[in-house]
Design a protein around this ligand. Structure first.
Ligand code: F1P
Length: 604
């Protein structure tokens, strides 16, 4: 969703701003803009709807500027038009904003009564007028920021620029992240680390209620009482090459192909010869996990699908009972927390608003502990949760999640093994199975040509069905989500046994039905469900390691490698990721940035 990037430098920065905005593109956006100090510190502002290249065409206006704020907007309040594009301007002030101002209607009426004229439909515009209003009263930008923050309800990350304080930027946040980058002759403000790592690895995370003043030489951070506070500078471990395509046509393809290495690294980091290494979830956590009797999982989208697999795994191998909820529902439900219950939030970004507010709710309930499984260090989720597991899968740029999903599953598999220990399951056998995953992934990559061919059979379809049973059901959900997200083909996922309770009515000659059929104790049942489809001449695409006769025209068998049942979900999703990728290529969609979607869903 929206992204913020600001620079105060000793040198001209217009190209750096464009490069930074491009780095934020992965979050999803529909317009972008920049506001910088020009001659006599007057603000020069450029805006464009559509891709960043449209903004680049206007860049000559910013020639020579050294201090500016910039923004990518993902429309929430008001259409993606020029008037709604950030920065928003008041008399002396320009601002960019991420988040949602919940009391903007009241503030708008108040400011209108004070004579302010609104040019946009956004909630964000109240911020610049409020800042200007308070600045006019005190002639002090710091006081203006504090008073503005006190008036705003909702979540925000703001970067501001003022014609009265040349070469200086301001930023404040609450419930939406801001990171400050410390360079040599420049300092940076950003909503995430990706645009900053091109310039520096040294960064400071802002906390709720703080604000900062930056110029090219210094970063000063204040609490809400305007007292200077000292905060640690951290060093990012992200390698800037991780955020480039490295020869792949799309980030999604690159990320699908990174899965083997990530799993291999995670295996060497956490898995011993016969045992999971001690306390991988943090100091003394093995002991803590030993006493857990219930788990509540919460996540959104792909992360929620990972939690469904975990629920199945854990309940299969232990006596622990689990619930898995989408975060947007958990937040509004009455939750009964029994003693010895662990709350587990799962999120690639750690910035998903619904997941964060679920964790905030959980922290007020009587959970034994909270664990966050996340891919982004220093994200809001990891800062709030008491136990954290960082997947270290590297930045995931493609909006459709791939490597984060398999890393989440791998982490949850490790959790399953630890939780199953006291129920007498053989850790040794489970570990042996886990140690096979990365090698098996190599076999899956060899299937890409076959999958490419199959993808042409989906290209002109409008509807598809995905089926699975047991741990393959969440894989069907995730595979359907991938196809929807990037190829815009409608895809529904069902437990295979549910087919005859409704969806079978949809099946005819034209309907592709994709099924995940590992050769296990459930296979016989799934096969009879598939027979119901074939009897109605539905076209089936069966991912399986079971021997199935290939004699029917409408049955396509995609041979999967043999593997232990435990690791099936991690392996079976990979060809499904490749399938949706190739269907999307054939449909010529914007694979990495599908329409209407955002990578970091920072609004509720
Ligand atoms: C959740 C999620 C992703 C999806 C897309 C939108 O994000 O639904 O699964 O791929 O990027 O957001 P997160 O909480 O896992 O970051």
């Amino acid at each position: 969703m929206c992204g913020i990037f600001g620079i105060s430098s000793t040198k001209p920065i217009s190209n750096q701003l464009i490069k930074g905005l491009s780095k934020l593109e992965y979050r999803g956006y529909d317009s972008a803009g920049i506001s910088g100090h020009g001659i006599n510190s007057k603000l020069i502002t450029i805006k464009a709807t559509g891709p960043i290249k449209n903004l680049k065409n206007k860049l000559s206006k910013l020639k020579g500027i050294t201090t500016a704020v910039s923004h990518t907007r993902w429309a929430t309040h008001g259409q993606p038009t020029l008037k709604n594009t950030h920065p928003h301007l008041s008399e002396y002030i320009g601002i960019v904003h991420n988040g949602i101002i919940e009391n903007y209607i009241d503030l708008r009426s108040y400011l209108k009564r004070k004579g302010y004229v609104f040019k946009s439909d956004t909630d964000s515009e109240v911020i610049c007028h409020l800042m200007n209003y308070y600045f006019n009263k005190t002639a002090d930008m710091q006081s203006s920021i504090v008073s503005t923050a006190n008036s705003l309800e909702g979540s925000y990350a703001i970067a501001a620029i003022n014609t009265h304080t040349p070469h200086t930027l301001y930023t404040s946040c609450k419930g939406s992240p801001i990171i400050l980058g410390k360079g040599l002759d420049a300092n940076y403000i950003s909503s995430d680390i990706t645009p900053i790592i091109d310039h520096t690895k040294h960064f400071i995370s802002m906390d709720d209620g703080e604000f900062a003043e930056i110029n090219s030489a210094s970063i000063k951070i204040f609490n809400k009482n305007k007292k200077v506070i000292k905060k640690p500078t951290k060093v990012s471990k992200i390698d800037k090459n991780q955020a480039s395509l490295m020869g792949h046509r799309h980030f999604m393809h690159k990320e699908i192909y990174e899965q083997k290495t990530i799993i291999k690294d995670m295996t060497s980091r956490y898995v011993g010869t016969n045992k999971i290494l001690p306390n991988i979830f943090g100091h003394n956590t093995d002991k803590l996990l030993e006493n857990i009797e219930h788990i509540h999982f919460v996540g959104c989208g792909t992360s929620y699908h990972a939690s469904l697999v975990a629920k199945d795994w854990i309940e299969q191998f232990s006596k622990i009972t689990c619930t898995a909820e989408v975060a947007s529902e958990y937040k509004y439900k009455k939750i009964n927390v029994l003693p010895k219950t662990l709350f587990v939030s799962i999120s690639q970004s750690g910035e998903t608003a619904d997941t964060i507010s679920s964790l905030k709710k959980a922290l007020k309930l009587r959970y034994t502990n909270t664990l966050a499984i996340c891919n982004v260090a220093e994200s809001t989720l990891t800062r709030l949760s008491s136990m954290n597991f960082l997947m270290n899968a590297g930045p995931e740029i493609s909006v459709a999640s791939t490597k984060a999903f398999t890393s989440q599953l791998f982490t949850l598999l490790l959790l399953t093994v630890i939780l199953s220990r006291k129920y007498g399951k053989t850790e040794k056998k489970m570990v042996q199975d886990i140690r096979q995953i990365d090698k098996k992934i190599d076999e899956l990559y060899k299937m890409e040509d076959e999958i490419k061919k199959i993808s042409s059979k989906f290209k002109n379809k409008e509807h598809t069905l995905f089926l699975g049973k047991g741990t393959s059901y969440p894989i069907a959900l995730e595979a359907a989500l991938k196809l929807k997200e990037i190829s815009y083909i409608h895809a529904s996922a069902y437990h295979s046994g549910e087919l005859k309770h409704g969806p079978l009515a949809l099946v005819d000659k034209k309907m592709p039905v994709v099924c995940f059929l590992p050769d296990n104790h459930l296979a016989r049942l799934v096969l009879s469900n598939l027979a119901e489809v074939e009897a109605r001449q539905g076209q089936t695409f069966i991912f399986t390691n079971k021997k199935i006769a290939r004699n029917k025209k409408q049955v396509e068998v995609i041979k999967m490698p043999d593997c232990p049942d435990l690791i099936v979900p991690i392996l079976y999703i990979i060809p499904a990721q490749l399938l949706s990728y190739h269907v999307a290529l054939k449909k010529n969609t914007d694979v990495d940035k599908p329409r209407n979607l955002a990578k970091s869903v920072t609004v509720e």
